[in-house]
Design a protein around this ligand. Structure first.
Ligand SMILES: *Cc1c(COP(=O)(O)O)cnc(C)c1O
Length: 359
């Protein structure tokens, strides 16, 4: 292992497994022993069709989905799904419910409002999105209820999913990080660049029976049914991001799958939160029961010392620790490919910082 490697806590695009990056770089030069780059062959070649097929199969398997679900890999980012979800699922005269847990949820609500009736059934805006709303009423008449499983910016995560007839979930920043019974959801989507691969591809898994119930004339590129019918190849798909996502899912499966990574992710999160709670110079920023295992947010009790802390972690080869520009402070993203060792390095820096500057 290369011990000089940077400890990458970036919130997204985030860290990927070294072996995946190695394989991806090889495919850029010579893919499948074709003596051609993956970047210069047809997406309709049998070699790439096999990649697409494997990516879809792995995604389904790791989400515990059965054949009533269809998986797509499309361009446009998770943000495109903010529009595609209501466009495909929100009926004329129907209502879509949304839980507002931050910037990403708000953006999803904004798009849905342009398409049909929406109702915000719960929100944590009153406390700057530092907690997950619970025990709220869910009207039974909703076409769907939209939630965000992990709030990347604030560091909150849903631990117990609400029950709704049709649950739609933006899992961009914690997909494949923990055991989830995908069958509890009508639709799951996730941009690749947080926990699955490079930016440019978005995975969508949808229960097929939910589709075809809206009356609006469908623009081709926004129509799930058309993409499903064409195996995500109605147009040229984002070939490279899909390939690297497939490699990452293969890496996950070969190492023991979601059960394996969930334990490690829990250890990483416990290690860091324990130090945040112990260390006199740091405070966590979210409700304890809603703390994210993926994005750990914290602030300094003496903000004037931030430049000193920044010097220390940068010297320790740590990268990507600054908080989101909307909230400030610090954010350590502990995505699947980040090792427990990297978390330990950060904890050691926090301890060293305390011993130098506390009191
Ligand atoms: C990053 C992120 C998005 C936006 O993803 P894009 O691919 O940039 O559109 C949406 N939702 C969540 C939860 C995110 O973390």
């Amino acid at each position: 292992m290369d011990t000089t490697k940077v400890h990458n806590f970036s919130a997204g695009p985030g860290v990927l497994p070294q072996e995946v990056l190695q394989q991806a770089s090889e495919a850029c030069l010579n893919f499948d022993k074709l003596n051609l780059s993956l970047l210069e062959i047809s997406h309709r070649s049998k070699n790439f069709e096999a990649v697409m097929e494997e990516a879809m199969t792995l995604a389904k398997e790791l989400l515990n989905l059965d054949d009533s679900y269809k998986v797509m890999f499309l361009g446009g980012g998770a943000s495109m799904q903010f529009a595609m979800v209501p466009y495909n699922l929100l009926r004329d005269g129907g209502t879509a419910g949304y839980v507002n847990t931050g910037v990403w949820a708000s953006k999803a609500i904004k798009e849905a409002k342009l398409i049909g009736n929406t109702q915000v059934v719960a929100s944590s805006e009153d406390k700057k999105f530092t907690y997950i709303p619970k025990n709220f009423g869910i009207p039974t008449t909703l076409d769907y209820l939209h939630i965000t499983s992990n709030n990347t910016i604030y560091g909150t995560q849903i631990k117990k999913f609400p029950t709704a007839a049709t649950l739609v979930c933006d899992m961009s920043s914690d997909i494949f990080s923990r055991k989830v019974d995908g069958k509890k959801f009508g639709l799951i989507y996730a941009g690749a660049q947080k926990n699955m691969g490079p930016a440019g591809a978005t995975m969508i898994a949808v229960k097929e029976s939910l589709l075809g119930k809206v009356n609006r004339p469908m623009l081709s590129m926004l129509d799930y049914r058309l993409h499903i019918k064409n195996g995500s190849m109605y147009n040229t798909p984002p070939v490279f991001p899909i390939y690297v996502s497939m490699l990452t899912l293969r890496w996950l499966k070969n190492n023991g799958g979601v059960e394996w990574i969930e334990k490690i992710n829990q250890q990483k999160a416990d290690t860091l939160y324990t130090e945040i709670d112990r260390n006199s110079l740091f405070n966590g920023t979210t409700a304890k029961e809603d703390r994210s295992n993926m994005n750990v947010t914290f602030v300094m009790t003496k903000p004037e010392l931030e430049p000193e802390f920044d010097k220390l972690w940068k010297a320790a080869n740590i990268s990507g620790l600054r908080g989101h520009r909307d909230v400030g402070g610090y954010r350590a993203s502990l995505y699947n490919a980040l090792t427990l060792n990297s978390v330990q390095v950060l904890v050691d820096v926090m301890k060293e910082f305390e011993s130098k500057f506390a009191g």
